[in-house]
Design a protein. Structure first.
Length: 306
């Protein structure tokens, strides 16, 4: 079987695969202003070449999975900009196409090609008010599934290798996302954002990961957008709740966001965390990378560790 024909789930059985880092910080490093309720998704319409360049920087650093710029995109958000459903759907499709184009810039010499994970952020991300770090929006699971279903369908139509159901703050939304993804024809990974050994909504991690247990569509479970120190405990809980399922880990730099000052505070602990990556692999991590404030330099260092 050729590298291109290896299914994404089968590739994870061969060993760890390197994810990219934070798309937003790379776009900012390229001089782009993301102070907008669509965040990096705005550039899908206004500067798609910048998005492709950001993806390409991570491919050059060694990333073998690119996560699209659709995290904060929604039909409702595009609608507030005057775009109809067809135009919004085209931008969802573009997010996948840009990552595919970037993946072709530095194709691996052998093995599977660079993969594309279509980002499906939580409902709170679309609100652009920080509530993805709290969860518990006051909406039912059914209502959340109705919100996510059109986004997932639009991204699945574009043919990504996997859907990244990421930065999920609570198990209620995890259930909604998994329900919305049923029948879309694309495998998914489920990734919580956590703090203090619990989901951001305060639920025990063993209960949260159990939501994905036995779901054949789920090819990996784990955490992202959390402090690096949270990763090991979360992976242990994920592995116990979903035995045999590959795990995913892509934490932030370790810095904290101060909403009052509108700035990051503290120093990065990501470099120190990479010393623990072999332990993450022992626990079952097969998708490893970085999230906010982790750039191509750190991903290149992580590549050498893996």
């Amino acid at each position: 079987m050729t590298g291109a024909a290896v299914p994404f789930a089968a590739q994870l059985a061969d060993g760890p695969v390197l994810l990219d880092g934070g798309l937003s910080n790379q776009l900012e490093a390229q001089g782009r202003d993301l102070s907008d309720d669509l965040w990096s998704a705005r550039l899908l319409a206004e500067a798609p070449e910048a998005v492709q360049a950001a993806h390409a920087a991570y491919v050059a650093a060694g990333a073998r999975v690119l996560i699209t710029s659709s995290y904060q995109a929604s039909f409702e958000g595009w609608g507030r900009r005057g775009l109809g459903a067809d135009a919004a759907r085209a931008l969802f499709h573009r997010s996948v196409a840009l990552a595919r184009s970037a993946a072709a810039t530095h194709p691996p010499a052998d093995g599977p090609p660079v993969r594309v994970a279509a980002s499906v952020g939580p409902y709170g991300a679309v609100l652009a008010d920080g509530s993805e770090y709290r969860g518990r929006y006051g909406l039912s699971t059914a209502r959340l599934a109705d919100f996510h279903r059109p986004r997932i369908a639009a991204l699945a139509e574009a043919g990504p290798d996997v859907l990244a159901l990421e930065t999920v703050p609570d198990s209620d939304e995890a259930r909604a996302l998994l329900r919305a993804a049923e029948g879309c024809g694309v495998p998914v990974w489920l990734s919580y954002t956590v703090a203090g050994g619990r989901t951001r909504a305060g639920q025990p991690l063993d209960e949260a990961f159990a939501v994905a247990a036995g779901n054949a569509q789920v090819v990996a479970v784990g955490v992202n957008c959390c402090a690096p120190a949270e990763v090991e405990g979360a992976l242990a809980a994920a592995g116990a709740a979903c035995p045999g399922v590959p795990l995913v880990a892509y934490p932030n730099s370790g810095e904290g966001w101060d909403p009052e000052r509108g700035a990051w505070r503290g120093g990065s602990t990501f470099e120190e965390a990479t010393a623990r990556v072999p332990r993450w692999v022992e626990l079952g991590a097969r998708l490893i990378g970085g999230c906010c404030r982790v750039g191509p330099r750190q991903i290149a260092a992580l590549s050498s560790v893996l």
